[in-house]
Design a protein around this ligand. Structure first.
Ligand SMILES: [Zn+2]
Length: 367
């Protein structure tokens, strides 16, 4: 019998993931449900229903307005307490069937910002019943050399739902992406802004010295339309908008060491906005959030100023003006079939806003 040699095998040390608390596990389970629901702008019912159920026992008042915005209000003990509006948007980017074709092949359009380069061959969920479809395309065997370097535009493509006959014009569709827990991160569609929605539900679990008006808004991805109305109705003294912002933190070709063109970085905490295309954040609110994070040792980052925008773009211009700030969970590959987000960033965004509301005083808005 051959002698067994004990060769020392080099094994990679497993990375330890801290087990979630019960509240964090609940929050993640809600996020999975929200991420897998189909709720493209203007057709947010499926997500609104899930959130309505989740907030009914957490808020003093729950209502839906004419636009479809869902409000959940937690009253302050004093009627003179400041009114703080905290929002997250219900809708997601996706598609709308625009022409019913023969044999289950339908023409479609994008709802919200989607890059034509990511469309070919992607599986879709069509309509509330999540009929399985695929964006049809010519297989590589038949693609001519000169076609390989051109982007196929959406108007020349079709959604193929096979023999299904229930799909009709006006139906919405999303990428068909199951939500997956990857340990440190999660992957799923529509984390923009289902992450914000789950964070806002978590915020409703707290007790605050302010009149808290939580608004889950509709139609953000097509021009902040729900927020325009929600901001007016809420008549707030200040607003905090919770969204999911592109991380864009991967190394690029012109970076030797690290990406110097990042917007935010995954795992570096909630991102506080200073300004974007639609809003200049209120300096007092930026200061309050940053000071809160520092005093409670919650990691945070400042989002790089520039492009993009949130519901704050509409809210800060309602009535006589509303001091506003946005806070986002950073997410890679937004507006695509699969976005990636750090679980710690997600938990810390809820923690930061909760503590900021708990410690709210008239000093926050003092000039
Ligand atoms: Zn968003």
């Amino acid at each position: 019998m051959a002698k067994k040699t004990k060769a020392k095998k080099k094994t990679a040390r497993p990375i330890k993931v801290t087990p979630p608390t019960a509240a964090q596990a609940d929050s993640l389970a809600l996020l999975k449900q929200l991420s897998e629901a189909v709720a493209v702008s203007g057709d947010e019912g499926a997500v609104r229903k899930i959130i309505r159920e989740a907030v009914t026992n957490l808020a003093d008042e729950v209502s839906v307005d004419a636009m479809g915005n869902l409000f959940a209000i937690k009253h302050a003990a004093s009627s003179r307490a400041p009114r703080v509006l905290v929002t997250a948007h219900l809708d997601e980017i996706g598609f709308m069937i625009v022409g019913e074709g023969k044999d289950g092949l339908h023409s479609f359009e994008a709802v919200g910002g989607i890059d034509d380069r990511i469309l070919l061959g992607k599986p879709l969920w069509v309509g509330e019943n999540k009929i399985n479809g695929v964006i049809g395309f010519k297989p590589i065997h038949l693609v001519k050399q000169n076609e390989r370097s051109t982007v196929v535009k959406i108007d020349s493509l079709k959604v193929d739902v096979g023999a299904n006959r229930t799909v009709k014009a006006g139906d919405r569709a999303t990428f068909a992406t199951p939500f997956v827990d990857l340990g440190f991160t999660v992957r799923g569609k529509a984390l923009d802004d289902r992450a914000g929605c789950a964070v806002l539900v978590e915020i409703l679990r707290g007790k605050y010295p302010v009149e808290l008006i939580a608004a889950f808004t509709v139609q953000e991805e097509v021009g902040l339309r729900g927020a325009k109305v929600a901001g007016y109705t809420a008549e707030p003294d200040a607003a905090i908008v919770i969204d999911c912002t592109p991380a864009n933190d991967l190394p690029s070709q012109d970076d030797e060491v690290e990406n110097s063109h990042y917007n935010t970085k995954l795992g570096h905490g909630p991102a506080i906005y200073s300004f974007d295309r639609g809003t200049v954040s209120d300096k007092r609110l930026i200061k309050h959030l940053a000071a809160t994070a520092e005093s409670k040792r919650i990691p945070y980052q400042h989002r790089q100023p520039g492009g993009g925008g949130t519901d704050a773009g509409a809210i800060h211009l309602t009535r006589g003006g509303v001091p506003s700030v946005s806070v986002s969970v950073p997410g890679r590959y937004l507006h695509s079939p699969a976005a990636l987000m750090s679980k710690d960033d997600f938990y810390n965004t809820a923690k930061l806003v909760r503590v900021a509301l708990e410690s709210w005083s008239p000093k926050v808005l003092k000039r």
